[in-house]
Design a protein around this ligand. Structure first.
Ligand code: ATP
Ligand code: MG
Length: 446
């Protein structure tokens, strides 16, 4: 048996111009029932939108009308009927029903409102995420996120990248850091991986040349900010015979492609969210870390303490600098390049002429980091030195270092946080809005 006959169309697939008079079957949720005496409307909702089911009392079978009125909100129903073009109805048509079948009744009261009439706190919404996701704004975010990931995959395939999957259970830290979740692995301790970095680099030694992965990264940071998650989705690439400049070019083109595609293919979702996308201009502006310090020290008077080479660009400075760039260029996206070697992980390539700076970059959106990347140290001795200079033990990187002794090409790559990309694109206040089921310090369920 198949249940596919419960639907001939998604709501948005009906075109009033060509489908007027056609028999259709729609299935979805009872969004709303409006009984105006002489006329009764049931609004049926599926992920693509809403359809108005119209019953004029005098012309409608009494039993059908009675069934319609008895439905509780958010119950699952199936409606068979005839399409009638109606410019005033949502999507330009209404359905004149012949049958309405209750498929599964929803209990009431509902844990939260889905109509947008009652505001709920983010926490309440996340506690009841399954139903929050029925709200058209929430659905819109994830339809767009779906397009973002689709466009990225397409763009990377077109540029000869192959999709890979690397382990999330690992024996050692990527960067020797402490921000790791330990797990018990039979009789040993293991960790959830914080980044596919080491694995994607090993694949360069395997000759895969251009790889990407869209997968989870785990960070045991005790942050409670609007931009940090403890489980995030990283869009990671690594490419051979490439330096940081080549990698930045791929990254900025990928971002523009995503903006173009979302703009073109998700216009309805953007409209629901009230967002108009401005396609970023290529190439993105590049500021070296030292340019940034100069500007902060000389052109941004709000920052009182002068910054020196090697200092972290703190939150306030990052914020003001992002505003500075936007005011100056009208663009939100930009790169900060040539970071001090000591502020970047050991795998970033030190600059050949000035080893105190690295061939690394961050890609920023206004005040937020969207991506970090670099040309990588591909020479065994350079890499071992870098590991030691970070106070780490070369022996604990044995599995990673071995490939560097047996034919490792020059390479580079980046990681972009998918949630931050969606968050900045859609001007969301909190990164949690861009994750189906966020994981943070306080939230482990649902
Ligand atoms: P930040 O300094 O903003 O915490 P990071 O430098 O630690 O970020 P990277 O290790 O460079 O992050 O990871 C690459 C990208 O992955 C980041 O630019 C960001 O977009 C995303 N990312 C990293 N950590 C998180 C997190 N905890 N929550 C959400 N996204 C993250
Ligand atoms: Mg970073």
């Amino acid at each position: 048996m198949s249940l596919q006959n419960l639907r001939t169309h998604f709501v948005s697939e009906i075109n009033p111009a060509t489908d007027d008079g056609k028999a259709v079957v729609l299935s979805g949720w009872v969004h709303e029932i409006r009984d105006l005496g002489g006329i009764c409307f049931v609004v049926l909702r599926d992920r693509s939108g809403r359809a108005q089911i119209t019953m004029v009392k005098k012309k409608t079978d009494a039993e059908l009308l009675d069934t319609a009125k008895r439905q509780s909100r958010e119950s699952v129903i199936s409606v068979t009927g005839i399409v009638k073009a109606e410019p005033k109805a949502p999507n330009g048509y209404e359905i004149i029903p012949s049958t309405i079948t209750l498929i599964n009744e929803s209990a009431s009261p509902l844990p939260m409102d889905t109509t947008g009439k009652v505001d709920a706190e983010l926490d309440t919404r996340l506690d009841n995420r399954f139903i929050d996701l029925r709200r058209e704004e929430s659905t819109a975010i994830f339809l767009i996120r779906n397009q973002v990931q689709k466009s990225i995959r397409e763009f990377l395939y077109e540029n000869k990248f192959m999709e890979t999957s690397t382990p999330k259970i690992v024996a050692a830290a990527t960067e020797g850091g402490t921000d790791l979740f330990p797990i018990s692995y039979f009789d040993r301790e293991a960790f959830l991986n914080q980044s596919p970095q080491l694995f994607k680099q090993m694949l360069m030694a395997s000759g895969f040349d251009r790889v990407f992965e869209i997968g989870p990264i785990f960070r045991a940071e005790e942050h409670d900010t609007r931009k940090h998650l403890n489980e995030a989705t990283s869009i990671d690439i690594e490419m051979s015979f490439a330096d940081h400049e080549d990698v930045m070019e791929i990254l900025e083109k990928m971002i523009v492609r995503v903006y173009e595609d979302v703009s073109e293919k998700c216009s309805k979702s953007l409209e629901i969210l009230g967002v108009t996308l401005k396609i970023p201009k290529l190439p993105f502006k590049k500021y070296t870390y030292e340019n940034v310090l100069d500007i902060i020290n000389n052109e941004i008077p709000e920052i009182e303490t002068k910054m020196q080479f090697g200092d972290d660009i703190g939150t306030q400075a990052e914020h003001l600098f992002g505003e500075y760039v936007f005011n100056k260029t009208g663009e939100s996206h930009y790169f900060i390049t040539a970071w001090p070697t000591k502020t970047k992980p050991f795998y970033a390539m030190p600059n050949a002429d000035r080893p105190e700076i690295s061939n690394s970059f961050d890609m920023m959106h206004r005040t937020m980091e969207l991506s970090s990347g670099a040309q990588r140290a591909h020479l065994y001795d350079v890499l071992c030195n870098q590991i030691r200079s970070k106070g780490l033990n070369v022996d604990s990187f044995e599995f990673y270092l071995k490939p560097f002794q047996f034919g490792m090409p020059p390479h580079g790559g980046f990681g972009v946080g998918c949630e931050r990309l969606v968050m900045t694109m859609l001007e969301l206040d909190n990164v949690r809005e861009a994750v189906l089921f966020p994981r943070d310090r306080k939230r482990l369920s649902p």
